[in-house]
Write a protein of this length. Structure first.
Length: 287
């Protein structure tokens, strides 16, 4: 299976679910709670590892208890963390995610922007088949995308909002995949014309994911649409990052954008149909 380097945000996410309405200022007993590694890089790498790929995460976390736990948990998932830098003097980015009986989700996050403003001191990487990065650590994204281009490998950018500040990174990618919010942030709106405009400006393959709606792809002024499978949705958290991980894995293996989009659609649909955890190839084959 291919080897994929996943670069960007790595966090510790604490989840709490309440069966009753939450009124701020009170005390409430959570119906359930858990903690998981989060952030686009960690989730995508976890998805790739679950699918049997060779996943490495490249990022920066604090040299603290949460950072130790995140690294250990990713290792348990067979994610390589030798390029996960633990930096003294900073705290590991973290979030508290509260869901309620009516499906509402409230997220509180804590992140020191200085942690992800520094350049990386990593200069050598082993052989890899694809690179996937977000825009949260621009210096890391730049480093990895350039490495992929030098090796003639797919250099894939997860363009989630905010994107407009990462102009240099945008123009280093061979494949740019926007969320709806990301495309609106970068191009001013989210529609086919905006996608065509970005494709012309960058000269590369671009796409926009739209949840349960068709993924729209554009290359050489041609639009293609890929509808995801219809499933009963149980948990959408992290589905977009799982989609990106599956796309990168397939691109590293096949080099075909259409095959990769269809595979990513299948994996993400399986992800949202599960109460928790990540899809495996065995699950997909037995669907």
């Amino acid at each position: 299976m291919p080897s994929v380097l996943c670069c960007g945000l790595v966090t510790a996410d604490l989840f709490y679910h309440y069966d009753d309405p939450v009124v701020w200022g009170g005390k409430f007993k959570s119906a359930s709670s858990n903690i998981e590694p989060g952030g686009g890089a960690a989730i995508a790498a976890s998805a790739i590892a679950a699918l049997g790929g060779d996943a490495s995460v490249v990022g920066r976390i604090g040299q603290d208890i949460l950072g130790d736990w995140v690294q250990a948990d990713l290792n348990k998932r067979n994610v390589d963390t030798k390029f996960l830098q633990k930096v003294q003097g900073y705290y590991t980015p973290n979030s508290a995610i509260i869901t309620t009986f009516d499906g509402e989700r409230t997220v509180f996050n804590a992140r020191d922007s200085r942690l992800l403003s520094a350049r990386s001191d990593i200069h050598q990487f082993p052989a890899f088949d694809a690179v996937l990065t977000d825009t949260r650590w621009p210096a890391g994204a730049e480093m990895l995308l350039k490495a992929a281009q030098l090796r003639n490998k797919p250099a894939i950018l997860d363009a989630e909002a905010p994107v407009s500040f990462a102009e240099d990174v945008i123009h280093l990618a061979t494949h740019i995949i926007f969320s709806e919010q990301g495309l609106s942030d970068y191009a001013g709106k989210c529609d086919e014309n905006a996608l065509i405009k970005v494709a012309r400006e960058t000269g590369v393959w671009v796409a926009v994911t739209r949840g349960s709606k068709s993924v729209i792809c554009c290359h050489e002024n041609k639009l293609t649409y890929f509808a995801p499978p219809k499933v009963k949705t149980r948990n959408t958290l992290g589905a977009g990052d799982v989609w990106h991980g599956a796309f990168a894995l397939s691109m590293g293996q096949t080099g075909s954008e259409s095959v990769a989009v269809e595979f990513a659609n299948d994996v993400a649909a399986m992800k949202v149909s599960l109460p928790n955890g990540y899809p495996t190839l065995a699950m997909l084959q037995g669907k």
